[in-house]
Design a protein around this ligand. Structure first.
Ligand code: SF4
Ligand code: SF4
Length: 399
């Protein structure tokens, strides 16, 4: 493919990270940032209070049953915050520069990324429209606002990195990486074990991205890692441009063999690299015929209708507030759409060539997926190693 399968129908505009639900849920009530944001967006005050209530709740010391859950979450999500510091995602570039043939260097970078732990790696151009316009999620250290729960103080050397700072990523290329999640753990949805798996994979992907960026800077070229705790770019469209997959109805990247059951990280750089083309896996037509994530989503966040125009791109638009409120209701991430997607199921790997190349067979493949895995979401059992925590919770939680 010489162009990605999403349709550009207007002028692309950059996304302000402050508008993401994850940034809004962290606005400290009464803080200067919260007041400024809601003065500009009074229509969001009500919904943001509901969204923020969950974060405020989990920040409080809880009973031991709740502590068993939050400890599992903290184990995977909190330490990786150290990989988010500005001079860890980015930093000093070696003064001597290695020059190499872009095709050879791309091969080397992909081999290294795989060796570090990425499942799949593709390289694309960095479209400046996919760079966030302003910072909305931690880390930022302006001396007034803390970064709960990840940083409580003001690390030396990090003064004046503020909420609302403009984000600039001047690089030309983006190395996108996919990391698989354990399908059975994710299917325990509504338990701490799906959050554990999500956090585990995010942490691993953050480590790999920072290692790869450090390697490139040591070769004498600028490079910045982008991961859960410090994004400068929208990793999904960047990955689509690199041909790692296509954007699906559920809002996730759909990968040829992993489906939607993955996490992404990337490294942007100016290191000259041969680029991979975008791909057409047939996802746009498959999603038009499938609808499984939309009909299964318990919050109604995934549209059953046609794509709409969002900031210049025609795509399916999920409702992030509905989704996050459902997570808050559950007390953990839901992940149903990631695991219910036929492309995420083991059978699909065998039939992927048909799904990609035989449009008339796609409805049959959805029907087949329903027969093998069920049309509705079925939660998986908590794994053996997690039963202690589950049993402990049932003992300590009054019913
Ligand atoms: S994570 Fe759950 S609530 Fe959110 S869009 Fe997916 S299925 Fe719906
Ligand atoms: S579940 Fe179906 S409609 Fe949803 S993303 Fe997957 S293939 Fe597309």
């Amino acid at each position: 493919m010489d162009h990605p399968t999403y349709e550009i129908v207007g002028e692309l505009s950059r996304f302000d990270e402050r508008d993401s639900v994850f940034a809004r849920e962290r606005l400290v009530p009464g803080s200067a940032e919260e007041r400024a944001y809601h003065a500009a967006h009074p229509e969001l005050v009500k919904i943001d209070r509901r969204i923020a209530a969950f974060i405020e709740g989990v920040s409080q010391p809880g009973e031991s049953a709740a502590q068993i859950d939050t400890a599992l979450y903290s184990a995977t999500f909190d330490p990786v915050a150290g990989l988010a510091l500005p001079d860890v995602v980015d930093g000093e570039v070696a003064s001597a520069r290695v020059e190499a043939d872009p095709a050879q260097m791309a091969k080397r970078i992909k081999a290294l990324a795989r060796r570090l732990g990425a499942y799949d790696v593709r390289i694309g151009p960095l479209n400046p429209a996919w760079v966030y316009s302003h910072r909305g999620t931690p880390p930022f250290f302006d001396g007034r606002r803390p970064n709960p729960p990840h940083f409580s103080g003001l690390p030396a050397g990090y003064r004046d990195l503020r909420w609302g700072d403009p984000i600039e990523v001047p690089h030309r290329y983006a190395i996108s990486m996919a990391f698989p999640q354990d399908r059975d753990l994710l299917r325990t949805g509504g338990t701490p074990f799906s959050d554990f798996e999500i956090g585990r994979v995010y942490a691993f992907s953050a480590l790999v991205a920072t290692q790869l960026a450090t390697y490139i800077r040591a070769l004498g070229w600028p490079a910045r890692a982008h991961h859960l705790r410090n994004y400068g770019v929208l990793v999904i469209p960047v990955a689509v441009d690199a041909g790692l997959g296509e954007l699906g109805r559920c809002g996730y990247l759909i990968h040829r063999t992993l489906g939607a059951n993955l996490r992404l990280a990337c490294v942007t750089t100016d290191l000259p690299l041969a680029l991979d083309p975008p791909v057409d896996l047939g996802i746009q037509d498959y999603c038009a015929k499938c609808l499984k994530c939309a009909t299964t989503c318990p919050s109604g966040a995934i549209p059953e209708g046609d794509p709409v125009v969002v900031r210049g791109v025609r795509k399916w638009r999920i409702d992030p507030e509905k989704c996050l409120l459902y997570w808050n209701h559950l007390g953990s991430a839901c992940s149903i759409c990631q695991t219910i997607c036929p492309w995420s199921n083991p059978l699909h790997r065998a039939v992927a060539p048909i799904a990609m190349h035989v449009p008339w067979a796609r409805r049959f493949l959805v029907w087949l997926d329903d027969r093998v895995y069920g049309a509705r979401f079925r939660a998986a059992e908590v794994p053996g190693w997690g039963r202690w925590a589950a049993e402990q919770r049932s003992v300590e939680t009054p019913r």
